[in-house]
Ligand binder design. Structure first.
Ligand code: F0G
Length: 437
């Protein structure tokens, strides 16, 4: 068995590095890095059985919906270092109403908002912070639209490391900012957008010897692969036709594609589901790129991305080369949706009793659009990934339901499925009359 290694993602380079080198890009060609995972002797059938048995086991590693799948993670001799908050273990929820809204017969949500800090970032962060421990790092940092910072703050503090969080001032929800503060992160609000702050933090990380935990970090991507492992495990390895997810910095798209390629390569599955990546209209550089069919097309970032789904308000997604490979490999598609479409889809998910944060709702909005176009057929087997918890952004919810939600261009959004709170007098008679109608 070869040991796990870091490998340059650039297909022309493929230079290999030790798994314990502190690297975010290939020193030879500047390309993105990925982990090449060492494989044990177990075959797919044996691992499927082992992973199922581990669900019944009470050890921390087996209770984690990430570390349960450790045979496909690059920590072969170091899983005992794992920093776990019992991440993963998120449900697959079926909703007839949401399916109907999306133009489907059936729809399942894989709800990552059930994670310890309320988003899918925990799946990746448990691995990222464990790698920081393996490397002996003391301080960790990230720039974030909110969820990464909440997650990093929690895991770093749980591990006794010092988290430093950089966020775009005024452009993240209070729920997420509050988490970073509560979990003890040193929190720096910078007067710039996500993309500009990422460049700044990369420079500072190198200069100050701080470990960077953005999704450019390949160990984050490794952890996020387990969202797909767990999803398929929960479906007894029946592969859906489509997996639909929101796209921002495109780390999750990269992770899902890598997970699926590995599962196919190691004979866990025979066919690949198609990936559908949904972006917000005002922050859709990957969509724009995929629309162009020119051979020599270039990736154009967006200088001032805008969307109320602040989690995906990203104009220069670092992982786009990986996402490009994964969407192509899966014969996938990229779609974009408007602010109104996101807001209405979100209210529909809420009305199913499920709920999610705005970026997550881009999935249902995208499904509705893709079924209307005929790209996804109504009888397709679809899993949509809800990336964050409904309580991440309560301000958005209140404004939508009370008809006060304004798009970034100042336009008032329709409160199509609004549910206004009503003010009533302290009078049983009057309230009974109101409820009788
Ligand atoms: N959904 C939510 C709730 C997110 O927080 C993010 C990204 C995405 C979707 C997009 O995922 O970047 O992998 O394509 N949030 C990051 C953050 C950028 O800083 O929390 P992606």
């Amino acid at each position: 068995m070869n040991a796990s290694a870091l490998v340059c993602f650039n297909r022309e380079c493929r230079e290999r590095f030790s798994i314990t080198q502190v690297l975010y890009n290939c020193p030879k060609c500047g390309g993105l890095l990925e982990a090449d995972v060492a494989r044990g002797a177990s075959n797919a059938a044996a691992l499927k059985k082992l992973w199922r048995e581990r669900r019944m086991c009470n050890t921390t590693l087996d209770q984690s919906g990430v570390w349960r799948y450790r045979e496909l993670l690059p920590f072969e001799d170091h899983a005992d270092l794992a920093v776990s908050l019992r991440e993963g273990n998120t449900p697959l929820l079926e909703s007839r109403f949401a399916a109907q809204y999306g133009g489907l017969d059936r729809l399942m949500f894989k709800h990552q908002g059930f994670n310890p800090t309320g988003s899918f970032k925990d799946n990746g962060m448990t691995c990222g912070v464990t790698q920081a421990i393996r490397l002996g790092m003391k301080r960790v940092a990230c720039v974030s639209t909110g969820n990464t910072s909440a997650s990093m703050a929690a895991y770093a503090s749980a591990a006794g490391l010092h988290p430093i969080v950089f966020i775009p001032r005024g452009n993240i929800s209070y729920g997420k900012l509050a988490q970073a503060l509560e979990y003890g992160a040193r929190t720096l609000q910078v007067e710039a957008n996500f993309d500009r702050i990422l460049a700044l933090v990369r420079e500072l990380a190198n200069r100050l010897g701080i470990y960077l935990l953005n999704s450019i970090n390949p160990f984050r991507i490794e952890g996020q692969k387990t969202i797909v492992f767990e999803m398929l495990d929960q479906r007894d390895w029946r592969v859906p036709d489509w997996i639909v997810l929101p796209g921002g910095n495109l780390g999750n798209t990269s992770a899902f594609g890598k997970a699926l390629r590995e599962l196919r390569e190691f004979a866990f599955i025979e066919k690949m589901p198609r990936l559908a990546v949904i972006q917000a209209e005002g922050a859709a550089p990957f969509y724009d790129y995929m629309q162009s069919s020119d051979a020599g097309r270039e990736f154009h970032s967006i200088g001032n991305p805008e969307t109320l789904a602040t989690a995906i308000r990203i104009g220069d997604p670092v992982s786009w080369p990986k996402a490009l490979l994964e969407v192509s490999e899966s014969n996938g598609v990229v779609e974009k949706v408007s602010e109104q479409e996101i807001a209405d889809a979100k209210a529909q998910i809420g009305k199913c009793g499920i709920g999610c944060e705005p970026a997550s709702a881009a999935t249902l909005a995208g499904i509705r659009k893709l079924t209307a176009k005929g790209t996804i057929s109504s009888d397709a087997d679809v899993v949509a990934v809800l990336t964050g918890n409904v309580l991440k952004d309560p301000d958005y919810i209140y404004r939508y339901h009370t008809g006060q939600l304004k798009a970034p261009n100042g336009e008032l959004l329709r409160s199509t499925f609004g549910n206004q709170p009503e003010v009533v007098p302290n009078d049983a008679e009057a309230i009974a009359k109101l409820l009788a109608s």
